[in-house]
Design a protein around this ligand. Structure first.
Ligand code: JCH
Length: 258
């Protein structure tokens, strides 16, 4: 996959892309990331990329022509229909489903703004999708671009190596992960749950599934409502409720019936 990033801070991407999995993906030629300096697409002596907002008000707005010229230039080397993604708090929230869609593309163009925002005509002229990382305000699009690159890169064939991480992910899809333990068996008074030491693979699978359901119920009930639960899941949830209700006043009982 080839990812072009347009930014006034190309250095922002240096360290995150030079360590761990993203570094190896690039070394192996599975991922190419190019950070392009927006100022290279200005035509004035001082490479100015921002200006005062029409209509007045605080702060600066990023000028449209440098972004539009940068995208037109990059599109000459990109397949027809390459997504041009603009990061903004007003975009669609980034989800794993969106990440999966994007990871199937050969080429992405990412635009990072700054200041109070970008001239609306950049959207009109070249942007195909606007993406938000969540309902909080960043200083600019760069941290969002790094998150997207990271999430997309790990789905590229060959990047995570041959472990089962992605398989188990699709199994637990829509639920939170169960707890993990490794040696030593005791950390002070904190021991590993007996079942994980038992060697009973079926019991271990059930325990993990139940822990996933329990965590999701307690921390992200919104996810549990959306998840497609099997017959077994319903049973495991019923057990959880029995356990909880033994320790909990009736008025706080958790209702799980669909
Ligand atoms: C950005 C800013 C106040 C924007 C400038 C460009 C994305 N999920 C997410 N949070 N923040 C961003 C993001 C992306 C690009 C830019 N800013 C700063 C400041 C704004 O309106 C209140 C909008 C923020």
């Amino acid at each position: 996959m080839h990812i072009d990033v347009v930014t006034i801070f190309p250095e922002f991407f240096t360290a995150p892309l030079s360590v761990s999995i993203l570094a190896r993906a690039q070394q192996e030629g599975l991922l190419v990331v190019e950070a392009h300096n927006l100022r290279d697409f200005t035509d004035d002596k001082h490479h100015v990329v921002d200006d005062y907002p029409y209509g007045g008000g605080p702060g600066m707005v990023m000028k449209a022509p440098p972004f539009i010229d940068a995208v037109r230039h990059l599109q000459e080397r990109a397949p027809e229909g390459t997504p041009v993604i603009f990061f903004t708090p007003q975009g669609q929230p980034l989800t794993q489903t969106k990440v999966q869609q994007l990871s199937g593309r050969p080429h992405l163009i990412l635009l990072c703004g700054h200041y109070e925002g970008v001239d609306e005509r950049v959207r009109q002229a070249v942007v195909t999708e606007e993406i938000s990382l969540g309902d909080y305000v960043l200083t600019g699009g760069e941290p969002a671009a790094i998150v997207l690159i990271d999430a997309v890169a790990r789905l590229l064939p060959g990047v995570l190596g041959n472990d089962n991480s992605l398989e188990s992910e699709s199994f637990s899809r829509g639920l939170l992960e169960h707890p993990h333990y490794t040696r030593p068996a005791a950390v002070g008074a904190m021991t590993v749950p007996e079942v994980l030491l038992s060697g009973h693979h079926e019991q271990i699978r059930r325990w993990r599934r139940q822990q996933s359901l329990r965590r999701t119920m307690q921390r992200r009930p919104d996810l549990l409502s959306a998840a497609q639960l099997t017959e077994e899941d319903q049973q495991l949830l019923a057990e959880i409720n029995q356990q909880l209700n033994q320790h909990t006043p009736a008025t706080t009982k958790v209702v799980t019936d669909a």
